[in-house]
Design a protein around this ligand. Structure first.
Ligand code: C5P
Length: 232
């Protein structure tokens, strides 16, 4: 898979999601289904969106004992998603178990991506709440390295970290980056943002874009603008 734009479908119902996706009559976007939509609608939402011809990133961020994650990944794999994820904090063993569970009998599997430290965690909360004293940039790179050792395909990270992740883990190790905004758009609650063109320059493999597309007056035009800046 090459570079692509993934739309974060952060809606709380199938009805709103389909009303949104119905606007895309040409190119079918790669979509991200997160916890909100998945917990609202269950696995049927995944099947229905897949049936409409979209690629799917199922963003459920699994984190549990290795055996539970392995068995849960086996179930998710049967949903025929293209990409899914987990928390690298679950350890290398958990990530290895996940990969095993995700691999279908024919040897194929969805891409598996690790979350390193959530962007909502900062140095202070990491030290105070998690008792991790290292600089957060080092922790992110260490978790990325663990994901690589476990055999995963890449990490979710800030576009600002994508270059360093590629240096540490290799050019083929995927970087999936949220926090994307148009140069002339609102940044909302995101703190460190980049335009699609900047994310491309810095080497992101996939950008995850929510509100700049979902809340746009013309979502299809906003999506096409992302594609023009990031992919074409
Ligand atoms: O609307 P917006 O473009 O900010 O949406 C970004 C999407 O990426 C949301 O679904 C958000 O949960 C997700 N995300 C993020 N930052 C991370 C990990 C995921 O914004 N570190």
């Amino acid at each position: 898979m090459g570079k692509d734009v993934i739309i974060a479908c952060d809606f709380d119902s199938a009805e709103k999601t389909f009303a949104f996706l119905d606007k895309f009559t040409g190119r079918k976007p790669f979509v991200k289904i997160g916890m909100e939509l998945y917990y609202a609608e269950g696995p049927s939402i995944v099947r229905e969106i897949k049936k409409r011809g979209h690629k799917i990133f199922l963003d459920l961020k699994l984190h549990d004992i290795p055996n539970t994650v392995k068995k849960s990944m086996a179930v998710l794999s049967r949903l025929d998603v293209d990409m899914t994820n987990l928390h690298a904090a679950g350890t290398v063993r958990m990530m290895e178990g996940a990969l095993e569970g995700l691999t279908r009998p024919d040897g194929t599997r969805p891409l598996l991506i690790a979350v390193t430290q959530l962007t909502s965690t900062d140095q202070e909360s990491m030290e105070k709440d998690l008792l991790i004293k290292e600089p957060i940039a080092d922790v992110v790179m260490h978790y990325a390295h663990n994901a690589k050792i476990a055999g995963l395909d890449g990490v979710v990270c800030s576009p600002l970290e994508a270059g360093k992740v590629h240096e540490t883990c290799g050019e083929k190790f995927l970087t999936v980056t949220p926090g994307v905004r148009f140069a002339d758009g609102d940044i909302g609650d995101q703190k460190r943002v980049m335009t699609p063109a900047e994310a491309k320059r810095i080497g992101s493999d996939y950008i995850v874009v929510g509100r700049p597309i979902t809340a746009a007056d013309d979502p299809v035009a906003a999506y096409e603008r992302c594609i023009a800046e990031f992919v074409d």
